[in-house]
Write a protein that binds this ligand. Sequence first.
Ligand code: FAD
Length: 553
Amino acid sequence: MPEVTEGREVLIVGAGPVGLALGCLLRTYGISCSIIERHQQRLQQSSAFSLHPRTVELLDILGLGSWLRSDASQVDQMTIYSEKRPILNYDFNHLNSHGDPCIFSYPQHRLERLLELRFLALGGNLRYQTELQTLKQNECSVCAELSHLGRVSQESYLYLVGCDGKNSHVRALIGTPFVGKTDDNRFLVCDGVLDRTGGAAVEDLEQGHTYLTAKGYIMLFPLPGGLHRVVVAIGGEANADTREDLETLLKHRLQQVNQAHLRFHDIHWISEASLAERIADDYFKGRVLLAGNACHIHSPICGHGINLGIQDAFNLAWKLSLVCKGHSEEVLFQSYQQERRSIAAKVLKQTDQLHRFFTSSHPVKSLIRDRMIPLLGRLKPVNKAQVMNFSGLGHDYCEGRMRWFADVKVRRGSRIGNLTLINLGKPVGLYELLGSDKFLVVGYGVEGAPPDIPQFMQRHVNFLHVCLEDGNCSPHPSSHNYSYRSSYFFSESREVLKRFHGIIGPCYLFIRPDGYIQDVVEMMPTFDALCEIRNFLIKNNILIAGCAHSTRG
Ligand SMILES: Cc1cc2nc3c(=O)[nH]c(=O)nc-3n(C[C@H](O)[C@H](O)[C@H](O)COP(=O)(O)OP(=O)(O)OC[C@H]3O[C@@H](n4cnc5c(N)ncnc54)[C@H](O)[C@@H]3O)c2cc1C
């Protein structure tokens, strides 16, 4: 097996959204990485079109969130109808104070372009027309056999990540089962122009609409640039072999849900997909890892696929970086599998139930659905819980029960939002300060001069002193740690911090690079306390004691 040459720490197979997001993060953390993609160039089809608030919040860490917010269409309502009658309305405005109150409608190929440009700007190596053929691994490296325009070569890396989609070759090569089902239900997925031809239309075409009918469902969703995505469930029997068949079927289905006044034309993309729900038994084996569709695929209901995949990348990137740098051991990958697999399994179960509930033609089930859902949906806490789940903001890595602190009401593993901080009169998103593989320790409202940060901790954490409020801030010019040079305070009121984020203070919030709370400690920032933090990281398998065999940095 060839030796790992310098500059070959991680090989990512697949330049889809997940591989590109992972590549951007690894480059941000200073890891050398290459992405290979078997296609000649990026595909120009929209495929996934909905980015959930949690995904866009995470993309803030890469500095892409504000671009997406200004470029995407924002959809804050999704209404479900049963045979023309509205039965449920998902109102994303309930998310206000938790995160962005909408779904961002943004075609996949545009997101990929954004990520690709960022990856290249960060010095990443992206090779098209390069396909993984096979791989071999030992305790030190993984050797990939690649083919490029008929030429075969071998390259060795420290780690290889398969972001190669639902038919993952990497998954097959490590021999992990992909358990689940593929059924006869097929969908037409089409992009085109949707407009009214007159008539008494009640729908707001800027919002999302899903019609449940005895023949399956139809979903209408706005895309940027005056286009719409229409998804039509066509069951197993429909005869739709040619494009003409598909267009006829589409028109017929729109008429069936009384949408004859809507005209769907200039269809520039039409594709057919089948319903499949599967999850990999293992998310890694040795030095080979999986992320995105390579390890989970879902029903298209709620559009979780691309979102969960990108969230995998954020969970994995900092762990992979710490392991590559020798600051952590491979045992850390177990937490990647544990955390991400349990969320994928939960979403899989929920979307499967929802799918069966929505598509059931059983008269009793349909009756319960049509009577019960409107009642439940009107209860604000129920609606809010559904929207939190849908948006990804409700997913966390909390185990067991809520941990109560004297002054803080947050759980280990809960998400912290991209709170706005004010620094010297200017707003700064908390996530802008997360752009490294170090933990961010936010000392919120703690009194007393901060300690000088010893060398052994500077390598692993950044400290941030956040005052309770403006006016309480006193700079600490004596400190040489950058984060103490000027003081920050949260722009959110104390009431909002307490109600929506559980932060009361004073405390030290120990934030992971992917925006989840690793721990909360209430203690004086002494040298001993810093040793405590380091010991905590070691105990949780995040750092190696002393980092004695650290290979770099
Ligand atoms: C029609 C359609 C509509 C969809 N709509 C939605 C939606 O609304 N919402 C949603 O969340 N999801 C949707 N999805 C799913 C979404 O597109 C996927 O979840 C997403 O693309 C997964 O990203 P990924 O990076 O994991 O994999 P992919 O995007 O599949 O990327 C994998 C890449 O790996 C490359 N590759 C594969 N094997 C090799 C190899 N051996 N060597 C080199 N390269 C390789 C492939 O060419 C590909 O570019 C839709 C999918 C389709 C097809």
